[in-house]
Structures are given as structure tokens and as C-alpha cells.
Design a protein around this ligand. Structure first.
Ligand code: FAD
Ligand code: MLT
Ligand code: ZN
Length: 471
């Protein structure tokens, strides 16, 4: 996306922001702003008039009020690991009613690091939105619990960002998505009002479920400041298998059988041979098999007692081409690296087109074949890697080669997902990357309802204009 110069902030707003969060947390200097202005994939970037780093909910509301009064757009940002351009300023600045460019302020949540004690009775914890998943995992493991979500971006992705994207990850087959982990939320609206419901009640049908609404709202409705999460019991004993399979359809069918018959299943992940070779080259990893195979299915089991035997006997009943199993930590890590290493290895090879689609599980094999063909038609020289959470029907289709601004390949992949009865986003969201596809997927009535909610909560279009809907 083309980089354009952003409009500057009015001096009184700069003074108000400095007064609200402290001068050292209002970053105006180009070098200090730079890492907040480009997304993880390097495909999306824009210019921020300032990066502001509030350290409390009161500071967040002061920033929002100041920006709303001045007509300035606010881009909430957590760990900046989102892959659809929603966490960085728009490359073409949003416009005000007179058509003039509006300045964009990045509101970084990284100072919202409050870490509550684990409630041992409820199995819950309340944390600040800026706490990273990795830090949260360490904290709750120390108290004998586990977080229901895990994913490769754990060291940077924040709890607030995970709520805003309704993050999925590798354990959705077991624990569901981020929305299912939330038992309370605190969030600041563009008006500066704060909604807060943090008692952590498992059952709470008192009016609209605002926390569920904010899950997946991608920073367009409110800035999430604190979250209460349900925790899950730890599964200290693990076993991992990689199965060599004929195609993606077989991987999906095997995953479905294991979901039914393998009680300790925690993950069912797919990758292809090209992707595995790329990861091996980038991370100096070892091939799990002597021969090459078309696709691989990674299965993980977790339990209080060693699940290896259960895993081995379950996969023995499947007609796979080959299989390896690891129970020791090093072996499990080596197998997981073949799957989790994809994102970084692909990024190291170029600026990828990253599409994240949902497909009805029964049609995964068919989609995998059709989408490769569709990509070949629009970008014959491109390199395609398909991997993902096959147990959830979620494929990550990554393409290297086409120019980052050329959307032909994105369009082909997304059109096919809709044709197959799937969704254009399974877990990363719409961001700015797929705005054109929201109505095509959800239909006009759904989008009109979403716009009505957006207008009600953010009438001035302060929060993340250009994400979900065109600005
Ligand atoms: P950001 O990237 O900072 O923001 C993402 C969106 O949320 C933006 O629209 C932003 O405006 C909004 N936002 C951020 N914080 C707040 C807040 N406090 N309040 C309101 N809005 C906010 N995603 C998955 O779902 N599953 C995976 O398995 C997965 N694996 C990944 C692996 C790697 C290596 C990488 C780089 C990314 C991966 N992702 C995955 C994508 C990403 O990590 C998730 O979307 C994550 O939830 C984003 O968190 P973040 O803090 O980085 O958010
Ligand atoms: C993953 O599952 O690896 C992530 O969602 C990131 C990606 O799509 O590369
Ligand atoms: Zn994923």
C-alpha cells in the first residue's frame, strides 16, 4: 500500500494528550513511531500523527475524548501481530465530512499490564489488555491453570488484541475461540464512557452480551482495557504425531474421526510439503519422514496422564502413508516447529498475501484443489502454501510472488471460499485487507446491522475508520 503523509495534530490536542498520559508517552518523532506504523507482514502501513501510550483506563478515556473532540481517528494497537492491516494507520488517511484528511493516532495498549491474582475458586483471572499471551500463560501456569488459547504469536499478541480479533489458534478444537474464554470485560467507548462487567459470572443473561459483541469488533467499537478470562485445567502430559497423508481432504477426514474418538485431542493442524520444506530451510529443521508426502496432519493430545498410547492406537486405525510420534519435549517441539514455523518462514521469503478462510470441513479437500488451480490461473509464477487449523475447517492460504498491491490473487481465494459456503475470515478478521469482501460474504442486511451498531457506539467514526467498512 502506498505510504502517504498523515495530517498533523492540532497543538492543543498534543498538549492535552501529554497532560493525559505524560509527555514521554506521546511519540511524535518519526523514528519512535516507525515500528507502530507497519504491520507484521509488512504489507500494510501508514503514517501516524502520534503514537499515544496510556497506562490506565482513565488515560485511555482522556485520549479518546481528546481525539473525538478534535475529529482525529484512533487506531487501537496491541502487539501489532494482526495480519489484516487493522492495527496500523491507513495508508490513505480517512477523510472528514469536508473531504480533508483526518490525522490518525495510534493508541498503544502495551502499558495496560495489570496482572490480577488467579481466582482459584472460579478458575478465572482479570488482566490488562496489554498483557501478552505468553506472560499470561506463565502467570496462570504458576497458579496451576492454563489459558484456553495458544498460538504462534504468543510472545507479542496481547489479550486486548486477542479479544478484538476473537483469536483462534491451535487449541480451538478443544477450548473454542477467544470469545468463549471471556467472562468479563472493561472497555472505553469513543465518547469516553466506560462499560465494565468484571465479576466473572459464568451465567449472566442480564441484557445484551457486550463482551461477546466486542469480541471480533477489531477496534471499531471500543478500546478493550481489561478482560476477565476463564481458565482451563492444565494438561501436563502431551504427545504429538505427524501423519503423512494423501491430500487435505484426507487430513480433514482423519481430524474429524479423531475429534470423535480421541478424548485427549487438543490440536489438529495441516501443512503441505512445500511449506514444510520452506520451514526446514529457514529454521534448519529436520524432515520427519525419509520420503516426501503431499500433505501432513499434526495431532496433539494432552491429558493428566501420558496420552501416548491412546494417540498411537487412534492413529493406527487410520490409513495414513506414514506417521511419527513424539512424547518427549524436544521431539514434540521439533514436530510443532514444522507447523508453527510457517508464518515466520514465509515472511522471511517475501511479503505474503495471507488469506485466512473457513471452509465447511467436508469440503476442505475440494477447496484445497480448487484454490490452488484458481491461484495458478491468476498468478502462474506464484508460490502457494496452505496450512492451518484443519480440525476447525480453517485454512491459511499464503501466496508469495504477486505485488503486495495486486489483489487479484486475494480476490480469487476469497471468491472461492464464499462459493464453497465458507467465510472470508476464520480468525484474523476483516481489517482493511478484506473490506470489499464483507458484504459479499455477510450480505447487505448483516452489514447494515453492523453499521447501525457502529454508528450507535461511535457516531463520529473515531475508532479505526477504514476497518471492516470503508472509511
Ligand atoms: P494487534 O495486531 O495490535 O491488533 C489487531 C486488531 O485488534 C486491530 O484491529 C486493532 O485495532 C485491534 N485491537 C488491538 N488491541 C485492542 C484493544 N485493546 N481494544 C480494541 N481493539 C484492539 N491469530 C489467530 O487467531 N490464530 C493464530 O493461530 C495466529 N497465529 C499467529 C502467528 C503469528 C506468528 C502471527 C504474527 C500472528 C498470528 N495470529 C494468529 C494473528 C494475531 O496474532 C492475532 O490476531 C492476535 O489476536 C492479535 O493480537 P495483537 O495484540 O497483536 O493485536
Ligand atoms: C497460524 O495459524 O499460523 C496463524 O494464524 C498465522 C498465519 O496465518 O500465518
Ligand atoms: Zn491460524
Amino acid at each position: 500500500m502506498t505510504r502517504t503523509d498523515g495530517a498533523a495534530l492540532p497543538e492543543p490536542l498534543i498538549a492535552a494528550l501529554r497532560a493525559a498520559v505524560g509527555p514521554s508517552h506521546v511519540l511524535l518523532d518519526h523514528d519512535l513511531r516507525a515500528t507502530y506504523e507497519t504491520d507484521w507482514s509488512r504489507r500494510f502501513h501508514g503514517v501516524a500523527a502520534a503514537v499515544v501510550r496510556p497506562g490506565s483506563v482513565d488515560e485511555v478515556t482522556a485520549v479518546l475524548r481528546g481525539c473525538a473532540d478534535a475529529g482525529v481517528a484512533v487506531v487501537p494497537q496491541g502487539g501489532n501481530t494482526g495480519l489484516v492491516g487493522g492495527s496500523v494507520p491507513r495508508s490513505a488517511a480517512p477523510r472528514d465530512a469536508r473531504g480533508s484528511p483526518r490525522p490518525q493516532v495510534v493508541l498503544s495498549t502495551l502499558r495496560l499490564r495489570e496482572m490480577g491474582d488467579v481466582d482459584q475458586v472460579a478458575g478465572e483471572v482479570t488482566v490488562g489488555a496489554g498483557v501478552t499471551l505468553g506472560t499470561l500463560q506463565e502467570h496462570v501456569r504458576g497458579a496451576g491453570w492454563e489459558v484456553g488459547i495458544d498460538m504462534g504469536s504468543r510472545d507479542s499478541a496481547t489479550v486486548g488484541g486477542m479479544v478484538a480479533t476473537n483469536a483462534g489458534g491451535v487449541n480451538v478444537v478443544r477450548h473454542g475461540t477467544m470469545r468463549q474464554q471471556i467472562v468479563g470485560i472493561e472497555a472505553a467507548l469513543a465518547s469516553g464512557a466506560v462499560v465494565r462487567r468484571l465479576p466473572g459470572l459464568i451465567k449472566d443473561n442480564t441484557g445484551y452480551a457486550l463482551a461477546s459483541l466486542l469480541a471480533g469488533s477489531e477496534g471499531t467499537l471500543a478500546v478493550v482495557t481489561r478482560v476477565r478470562l476463564r481458565l482451563v485445567p492444565p494438561l501436563p502430559r502431551r504427545a504429538v504425531a505427524v501423519l503423512a497423508v494423501d491430500d487435505a481432504g484426507q487430513a480433514a477426514a482423519f481430524a474429524a474421526r479423531l475429534r470423535r474418538g480421541l478424548a485427549s485431542l487438543t490440536a489438529a493442524e495441516l501443512f503441505d510439503d512445500d511449506g514444510m520444506r520452506l520451514v526446514m530451510a529457514h529454521t534448519r529443521g529436520e524432515a520427519p519422514f525419509r520420503d516426501r508426502h503431499p500433505r501432513y496432519l499434526l495431532i496433539e493430545c494432552g491429558a493428566a496422564t501420558d496420552p501416548t498410547e491412546e494417540l498411537v492406537s487412534a492413529i493406527a486405525g487410520l490409513d495414513s502413508r506414514d506417521a511419527v510420534v513424539a512424547s518427549d519435549e524436544g521431539g514434540r517441539h521439533r514436530l510443532w516447529n514444522l507447523r508453527e514455523g510457517h508464518t515466520e518462514s514465509i515472511n522471511a521469503a517475501g511479503v505474503p498475501h495471507k488469506l485466512d478462510v473457513s471452509v465447511p470441513i467436508g469440503r476442505i479437500g475440494e477447496y484445497d484443489v480448487a484454490v490452488r488451480e484458481a491461484i495458478r490461473r491468476v498468478a502462474p509464477a506464484a508460490r502457494t502454501f496452505i496450512y492451518g487449523h484443519v480440525g476447525d475447517g480453517n485454512l491459511h492460504v499464503n501466496v508469495l510472488g504477486p505485488d503486495p498491491d495486486d489483489e487479484a490473487v486475494d480476490d480469487a481465494i476469497l471468491a472461492l471460499a464464499i462459493e464453497f459456503g465458507g467465510a472470508v475470515s476464520a480468525e484474523h478478521g476483516i481489517g482493511v485487507a478484506k473490506v470489499r469482501w464483507l458484504a459479499a460474504d455477510r450480505g447487505e442486511a448483516d452489514v447494515a446491522t453492523m453499521r447501525a451498531i457502529k454508528r450507535a457506539l461511535d457516531p463520529g467514526n473515531v475508532l479505526n475508520p477504514g476497518v471492516l467498512f470503508s472509511a
